[in-house]
Write a protein that binds this ligand. Structure first.
Ligand code: BV8
Length: 240
């Protein structure tokens, strides 16, 4: 895979890149959706129907993310190094709501499905940092309304964030890399096809070939902490 160093790179990540950091994926055998139904905790209707259940689901994941033994792994660090050292334009788009890319040093980053460590106020629309449990009495730091805060995450049926900026990057990149995602959830699952249509090369770096593996011109399979740093080394050494 030849890539001129002035060309743009777009990387998409999913839950698989955080697995070796100790965070659960969604659709692996022991994944989150094997323990709870997404219809009960990850849709606006679920929040309407049973806000306490939804808040408890995200409170538990937030506490897990903030546990002392959770941190970025070699794959997160390698992507931060690629952003720093790649001479051309770079953008990292993550479906993940954890902050492990930030902790690894990534800055040119879009959380298209939102962030677990942010809250969104239903009363004033204000966003605020959130590192503790949200509940029926939690006041909004902007408007003071109580019990109006929800996790600032994109649920099923809601529009992901910064889609225009993402499509613009997909339309002008020379290389699109997808890593740690099963390619099940749209519109993210359609990004490889978008990039390919605009002439980009495409690479999938995953534990196993995903459902839309056929969309990629290159596939590297294994644990992210091994295959992502190796791929970044190849890109930076110009060997790709
Ligand atoms: C929307 C946030 C429209 C909260 C999540 C066609 C077009 C458009 C929409 C749709 C469509 N068809 C269906 C839809 C609707 C829906 C959808 O895609 N449904 C699916 C189930 C079919 N999409 C939506 O609703 C989206 N919104 O389209 O809005 C719209 C238009 C106008 C106006 C309004 C709205 C919103 C989707 C976002 C939903 N929110 N999460 C939260 O996290 O709780 S989705 C959830 O799935 C997570 O964000 C997660 O990141 C995402 C994708 O999962 P993955 O990250 O891929 O994780 P998964 O477990 O599946 O896979 C892990 C992979 O890692 C595996 O391949 C595994 O092999 C690999 N792996 C494991 N270990 C390792 C590893 N790889 C490397 N190393 C390892 N060690």
């Amino acid at each position: 895979m030849e890539l001129a160093s002035r060309q743009a790179i777009v990387v998409l990540t999913g839950a698989g890149i955080s697995k070796e950091s100790g965070l659960e994926t969604f659709r692996d055998e022991d994944g989150i959706w094997s323990k709870v139904k997404l219809e009960d905790v990850a849709t606006p209707e679920a929040f309407q129907r049973d806000p306490a259940l939804v808040q408890a689901f995200y409170n538990q994941r937030r506490r897990g993310l903030l546990a002392a033994d959770i941190g970025p792994n070699a794959a997160h660090t390698a992507l931060a190094r690629l952003e720093r050292d790649w001479p051309g334009p770079f953008l990292l788009v993550t479906q993940n709501i954890d902050d492990l890319h930030e902790r690894a040093g990534s800055k040119k980053l879009i959380h298209m499905h939102g962030e677990l460590l942010k809250a969104l106020c239903l009363a004033c629309g204000g966003k605020s940092p959130c590192r503790s449990d949200l509940g029926a009495a939690t006041p909004c730091p902007h408007c003071g309304s109580e019990g109006q805060l929800r996790p600032d995450v994109v649920w099923f049926g809601e529009m992901p964030y910064q889609m225009e900026r993402i499509y613009e990057a997909l339309g002008t990149c020379g290389l699109f890399v997808s890593t740690g995602t099963s390619g099940t959830v749209y519109p993210a699952a359609g990004f490889a096809g978008e990039a390919r249509q605009c002439g980009a090369q495409t690479a999938e770096l995953n534990l196993e070939r995903s459902g839309n593996g056929a969309l990629f011109s290159e596939g590297r399979y294994g644990p992210a902490t091994q295959i992502v740093p190796a791929f970044v080394d190849e890109l930076l050494s110009g060997a790709v």
